[in-house]
Design a binder for this molecule. Sequence first.
Ligand SMILES: CC/C=C\C/C=C\CCC/C=C/CC(=O)SCCNC(=O)CCNC(=O)[C@H](O)C(C)(C)COP(=O)(O)OP(=O)(O)OC[C@H]1O[C@@H](n2cnc3c(N)ncnc32)[C@H](O)[C@@H]1OP(=O)(O)O
Length: 243
Amino acid sequence: MKFKSPPVNSLSLEFLTEFSIGLEKLENNRACRGVIITSAVPKIFSSGLDITEMCGKSVEHYGEFWRAVQEMWLRLYGSNMVTVAAVNGSSPAGGCLIALSCDYRIMAENPKFSIGLNEAQLGIVAPFWFKDTFVNVVGHRIAERSLQLGSLHPAPEAQRLGLVDELVPEEKLMEKAAAVMAQWLALPDHARQLTKTMMRKAVLDRLVAHREEDIKNFITFVSKESIQKSLRMYMEMLKKRKS
Ligand SMILES: CC/C=C\C/C=C\CCC/C=C/CC(=O)SCCNC(=O)CCNC(=O)[C@H](O)C(C)(C)COP(=O)(O)OP(=O)(O)OC[C@H]1O[C@@H](n2cnc3c(N)ncnc32)[C@H](O)[C@@H]1OP(=O)(O)O
């Protein structure tokens, strides 16, 4: 799957819905046993959740948007397929969540590309299931420090922390992703799938059990004037940085 929503592959409601439907179709296709996720936008894997979806909208819209974010994660993290992220650009916040939800992460070895859960820098808080996914990849201590500081890690640091599994030159990224996919697909599906479920079930079940409460929390949180102000200021900062 190649993300192609310029300029930055931000995860809008439309993008998330299309991504989830795409994953569902592949999941239901018995001929498809694995998926490599990458980007067709130069230098950007995904800029994370589309901030405009969380600014100045109705309560109904926030609810619909958050349900779509949850749905995407439940499908990807809970997928029976082998999932490999070929991270060919920067990947903050929700973009990082997509990579973390895959079975294996390969990143282009460009120190200008960074990845991490930087929510704290925006004055917002990564939800518990973002945190759980992060902890399952890098461990509690690294996740705690990185989350509190809202760190975006340049590619070499991300590899040192275990946030990505390996770095390769950009031109070799897809070749390497295909080799990793072949290695994982060499195992019998049922054994690999049951093992994956065993490792991920508790974290998936936690969101399923608290899904409606999580939506309510998101709506309450994002509707606060202080949070709206932080998000507006962040968007302004992004635009100013450009000019
Ligand atoms: C108790 C708590 C309970 C509940 C809490 C629940 C929930 C709260 C948590 C919600 C979780 C949120 C997770 C997220 O994903 S938030 C999004 C975080 N993303 C970022 O911080 C990335 C911001 N973008 C960048 O850093 C750069 O754009 C990037 C490095 C990706 C690319 O840089 P480049 O220089 O190539 O492009 P830009 O000129 O910066 O951007 C081009 C245009 O795109 C716009 N843009 C960028 N990112 C976003 C985005 N995420 N959403 C919307 N729009 C985005 C940018 O403004 C530019 O627009 P124009 O100026 O061209 O109009």
